[in-house]
Design a binder for this molecule. Structure first.
Ligand SMILES: NC(=O)C1=CN([C@@H]2O[C@H](COP(=O)(O)OP(=O)(O)OC[C@H]3O[C@@H](n4cnc5c(N)ncnc54)[C@H](OP(=O)(O)O)[C@@H]3O)[C@@H](O)[C@H]2O)C=CC1
Ligand SMILES: CC(=O)N[C@@H](CCC(=O)OP(=O)(O)O)C(=O)O
Length: 375
């Protein structure tokens, strides 16, 4: 009986929420083995002590980043599920330690022919925000610190597979989109590309479950602070705004400005965005719907719901799906687009695996076809 060779995968930050969901999803992925898992405070612990739901599986113990023996650990893929700022330092360090060609000044981008010449080297999928913003000055402005890997940034590919699939296939460093941007971009990019909606009048009203804030202890995320209540935060200044505008502007070919307000809602996972748009002259709500149906006809993870069916987080929980629909606003000339994802799956870990599948030349859906959990 022949044994399928498996790619060796490392998860940096496996003791966090996205790390845990990476482990959960990768445990049933037929083409990978989890060869390394790191933590900071939880270093030295078995993963089952940190996350009881992951006890009893054949997994390595959590180790500190400083204990990783690059390049001897021989990883094919590294998932970086670390806080932003830490991530760029760690990625730069691991590329140095493995003597990666991506650091070569001659390699100006990873998606052209040069990508083929570095095909055997480790591939990095970053879940943090560190390589998403293409302009490092914009990064400095929104993240309050200078970017420390300025020459590496242009070599990263923005990992929204439905939009950048071909670049992701050849990439060695993929920046996974933020959870809010994922839900917004999937809803809006096809409409802006088709010139159906105004680039100037887009209002995104977003809601997220508390796992979106990560597992580290924060007073604002205690049960008493979030249960039986709901509140907006980072009003008018959330750092996902420039990320969403960057990708919408690229798609539209003109400057796109958005109003974006996230809210924290008392649920563990899930993200819902209600998006108000202005129709261009001569465009109907039916045209928007047709455009979304067309754009996603062959996409395994994006579904446009039937007439009148309202997207909800319970339709996507635990799955890599995004569900969308379009509705007529009472105000003439306006429409409402609703988008739902699971922040920990399509909004981070699932999307990261979707990117990995593309980078490794595997079927994009491998290990990601779980149906949503309900109730
Ligand atoms: N949660 C979400 O829905 C989403 C998160 N993201 C991004 O993904 C990344 C991970 O998020 P999430 O899993 O929620 O975060 P968590 O706070 O839950 O986990 C962070 C992980 O990083 C480790 N860590 C923290 N500081 C350091 C350090 N200085 N050196 C080494 N390791 C460190 C932690 O280890 P330990 O616990 O042992 O200290 C833990 O394993 C972040 O950049 C986040 O912004 C992106 C999209 C959605
Ligand atoms: C509920 C909540 O707090 N969500 C996080 C976003 C999660 C995410 O996508 O974060 P990164 O862009 O840092 O990767 C926030 O608003 O900061």
């Amino acid at each position: 009986m022949s044994v399928t060779p498996k790619f060796r995968v490392g998860i940096l930050g496996a003791s966090g929420y996205t790390g845990a969901d990476l482990v959960r999803l990768l445990l049933t992925h037929p083409n990978v083995e989890i060869a390394l898992m790191t933590a900071e405070r939880k270093a030295g612990m078995p993963i089952g002590d940190v996350f009881p739901h992951l006890a009893g599986y054949d997994l390595p113990d959590l180790i500190g980043l400083d204990e990783v023996e690059w390049p001897a650990v021989e990883l094919d893929v590294v998932f970086c599920a670390l806080p932003h700022a830490t991530s760029q330092e760690v990625i730069k360090g691991l590329l140095h330690a493995t003597g990666h060609s991506l650091l070569d000044e001659m390699v100006v981008e990873t998606t052209g022919d040069l990508a083929d010449s570095i095909s055997g080297e480790v591939k990095v999928v970053d879940l943090s925000a560190d390589f998403r913003l293409r302009d490092t000055d914009v990064y400095a402005q929104w993240y309050g610190r200078e970017h420390s890997a300025v020459t590496l940034q242009p070599k990263a590919v923005y990992g929204l597979p439905e939009v950048n699939r071909d670049q992701v296939r050849k990439a060695h460093l993929v920046a996974c989109p933020g959870c809010y941007p994922t839900a917004a971009l999937l809803a809006l990019i096809p409409l802006l590309k088709a010139g159906q909606i105004s680039a100037e009048d887009i209002i995104i009203d977003a809601k997220s479950g508390v796992s979106g804030a990560g597992r580290s202890l924060k007073e604002a995320n205690l049960f008493v602070e979030v249960a039986e209540a709901m509140h907006p935060y980072a009003v008018g200044q959330h750092r996902h705004m420039p990320e969403i505008e960057q990708e919408l502007t690229l798609a539209a070919g003109e400057d796109v400005r958005i109003s974006f307000t996230p809210h924290l809602v008392p649920m563990n996972r899930g993200e819902l965005e209600t998006i108000y748009v202005r129709l261009k002259e001569g465009t109907t709500v039916g045209d928007l719907k047709d455009q979304l149906v067309d754009a996603y006809a062959d996409e395994p993870f994006v579904s446009i719901l039937e007439e009148g069916v309202v997207p909800a987080t319970r339709m996507v929980r635990g799955s890599n799906r995004c569900v969308l629909n379009v509705f007529q606003d009472r105000i003439p000339g306006r429409a409402i687009v609703v988008s739902a994802i699971d922040n920990l799956v399509k909004g981070s870990s699932g999307q990261a695996i979707q990117n990995m599948n593309l980078m490794l030349g595997l079927d994009e859906t491998t290990g990601l076809m779980q149906a949503p959990m309900f109730p």
